[in-house]
Ligand binder design. Structure first.
Ligand code: RB5
Length: 149
């Protein structure tokens, strides 16, 4: 499983903890920045990771900022990105099962490292259920087609 990860300065420490965790599990993870705690703009990293995931270069993306909100909003502007902001494990498995989310977003200022790593494991370890949920994702794609020209 190949994972693309990115953050802004608000998510830098948690991103490093997630990278270490994934590497210990033997997963391939590519860090798309930011690489320091200097203030930066989260849309840049959201776009990079979302494009890598939507293009199929990486199976999943993980994006972290202070709240997880800005970076998920930005990622979801890339057609085909389904970034889910999760701060609990129920949301993490539900969004994989129902929304086929391809990007997990979290906020370093919102949750602790232990919970964040459990959320990562839950998200990556849960399959999409398909069926009626695919019909709903197809309707999301129709919205993208209408507005992205
Ligand atoms: C940066 O200060 C902060 O605004 C950012 O990390 C994020 O929380 C935005 O949604």
């Amino acid at each position: 499983m190949k994972i693309a990860i990115g953050c802004d300065h608000g998510g830098f420490k948690l991103k490093n903890a997630v990278i270490e965790h994934l590497q210990k599990k033997g997963l391939e993870v590519k860090d798309f920045g930011t690489y320091t705690e200097e203030s930066c703009d989260y849309p840049e990293f959201a776009q990079k990771v979302a494009e890598e995931v939507v293009s199929g270069n990486y199976e999943f993306g993980i994006l972290i900022c202070g709240t997880g909100i800005g970076i998920s909003i930005a990622a979801n502007k890339v057609p085909g990105a389904r970034a889910a902001l999760c701060h609990d494990t129920f949301s993490a498995h539900a969004t994989r099962e129902h929304n086929n989310a391809n990007i997990l977003a979290m906020g370093e200022r919102v949750i602790g490292v232990g919970l964040a790593l459990d959320i990562v494991d839950t998200f990556l370890g849960t399959e999409f259920e398909g069926g009626r949920h695919q019909r709903r994702i197809d309707k999301i794609k129709e919205i993208e087609k209408k507005y992205y020209k």
